[in-house]
Design a protein around this ligand. Sequence first.
Ligand code: UDX
Length: 844
Amino acid sequence: EDEDLPKGLRQLKLPPDKTSNSNKILQFQRNRTTRIKLDRKSLNFTPSCEFTGREAVSAVTRAQSQVCKQRIVNVTCLNQQGLLYPERIQSLCPHSPGFIDKPVSLGCFKDDKTLRILSGYYHVFKGNNSPERCAFLCLQSGYLYAGTEYSVECFCGMEKPSQLKRLPDSSCNMKCSGNPKYSCGGYLTINVFWTGIQKFKAQEARNTSIDGESEKPARIAYLLTVNGRASRQVKRLINILYHPSHLFYIHVDARQDYLYREMLEVEKSCKTNNIKVARGENLRHASIWGGASLLTTLLKSAQQMLAHHHHWDFLVNLSESDFPIKNNVQLTQFLSLNKGMNFVKSHGREVQRFITKQGLDKTFVECETRMWRIGDRKLPDGIQIDGGSDWVALSRDFVEYVANPNPDTLVTDLLKVFKYTLLPAESFFHTVLRNSKFCNTYIDNNLHVTNWKRKLGCKCQYKAVVDWCGCSPNDFKLEDFSRIRNTIDRNLFFARKFESIIDQRIIDRVEEWLYSENLNKTVNAKGYDAYWQSLYHAADLSPLTDDAQLTVSNSLARLIFHKLNVNYKDVRLLETTAYFKQNQFVGILILAEVTLQQQTVQQKRIESLVYPRHNFSTSREWLGKIQSLSVNTDYDQKEKTFRNLIGSIGPYSYPVLSYEFDTGITTPQNLSILWVDPYGRLAEVNYIQLEEMTLTGYVKPQFNEHLVVGTWHLFLVADSLLVAKMNFLVTPLAYWKNKKIDPEKAKEVNNASVDSYHITEEMNKKWSHLLNSVNFYERTIHMTDNEIKINSNLDQWIDKLVQKHYEIDKICNVNDTELKLQKCINTYWSSLSPDTKADINNLC
Ligand code: UDX
């Protein structure tokens, strides 16, 4: 499970032709045979070729801009004419087999657990260099020694790897002999029974030539490709990895304003100049998941890192969700003994299977921050395709070779192939390594442990960004610690993924373990058991904030000043932050200010801790049986949690109900879930059956696109008895695309009333007794159109609703002496209070 095998990707079904509106989440249809035609009238250019390929036509149709459509068309035409990249690429690996029926010279190689023959997957056994002989040579050379075992897997069949069949025994030669069309190959795996770094070192010491340079401790250049808003976790990562001899180069996704500003602060605080942030259009990319842009990012960043005056020996790339699982001394020691080697993790499966699963036999085009699938392709002959994980540790020599701005033909040709490849970073480096003169520096270990839980992580969650179903590893949790500890003897130095908002305790545990000598200092540091993650910052232009979130945050800012009886006119929301304590989400922090114009202009800035109210009750019989019930948006199926921490739902949101029942519940149990709108109308009914194994789960109601604003109600009914009820707010919007909404738009968005729901008469009748028994607030007050529409009234209306769903608790004072409030810096909860683990001020 912890291996970085192919992502178990499968093809995403393409939408039917009428789905030209790609703003919506695409509905991917099942019927593969539907034919779609290119609507030439929708193009303002003439396609350079005739094409009918279903995938390409679908991509052109779905793309929004003419620029993107044209790019897709051009690449499709070049692909059809076979002009995208050469048909054949010459491998430069001295012992590359090229063809499987030629005797090849085999190499031997070191790694922590397995030793593999270098020259690839298929080898002919006859001749001098049989795997057996290779193993013997390896033994003699000292890379292997007693306690080594090797196994040979045997294949037989036609020349193409996909046509080779694995044989149950090693009777390969016998079975194939006599038929000139058939050839035989073997795959050698050598299992080594030594473990532990010490042994590795002892072994290595014998093989390392002793010169001045190789004696120096290895210097690492970390390439951090980061995305999202977890700036404090990234700072914590830099804190734990930091050493003056290492270089840190940080690439922030071009769309992430907040994280970029935060990283610039990190760079500024480091006077020693070994933390650098990528700047400017040429060096910052919108590196979408699985996109060709991620490879561009890695290569461009590598060039910058090479140009940096700080010398380094290895490039190690990490993301915001990686964390070390060995300390800096251990990592440096290991790399010092392995200078010149390249650490990448291979899929470890049959190559053809990897190629199909990974979509390597498809052409993809990146534009409009999406990877469009445009059709099948034939990969070039003459080279070995390899891939696995895109987390790597590469030697300086290899980086100089592969990221050279004027690369040789092999790299140039492979770059052409990988420019149109999904998840290119997962195969490009492997393939270059395998086929270049560096082939004998390949080590099948990327130094990483990855927390794959494919049942949870493969939910096709990237379909909004790629025409493919991708998978993601899960976050580690405290209960996984023994798994991490068990890697103590293995050459594994990093793990992924970690997210403080999901589980910070595991990160704490790992850090305490790695640096136990600092335990007291670490654990007692200020803010240790707390975590803050930004949700909004007033300086953000990109990405756009959710309008419902902005509406609720602004409303809370007004309500806070109102509570303080401060006579204000304009309240300015500065920041919204999610606050966690003891590994639990506590609430939302609102940082805001007002400008008072009395004799002098005065600014008052405060921060407040706000709790979302859980307007939830259960019948007496069901007390304690429901552990949690919540309605929210952005449900993450992989981590089984909502990502929308403020819990704001707007008229265009897709609410989801998540539930967790107690194990003591009598099962099976049928439950009906009634969704009732603010006017008391039944909008949807869902049914769930609780079984022993399905006590937690989620339900997605099917609503019309536009939700009626106001307080909604949810009823849980078991055996026609109401067992629980809760309500949730669908907030009217005060913002549209992050700007103050204009009255016209406000009317359209906030005033809509849905004429009918997909509810039958019969259903309404069935549940009428329940619906009539509840006094619906919105039904009882008469709200005229004018009250809703106009701006200040709109704010009042929103504040009234928000007040019912959020509770303002603590307030602190940032800069004012008049307000009789605690200073924010002295609280334990404010985003301005000390947080040592993420404090980089005294780092360098
Ligand atoms: C999985 C694999 O583990 C990883 O090797 C592969 O690159 C993508 O799929 P996953 O957790 O799904 O990882 O991806 P994630 O770690 O979120 O993103 C991969 C890298 O791309 C990170 O460095 C991330 O910062 C970056 N990224 C992702 C962006 O820069 N922008 C985005 O919009 C998404």
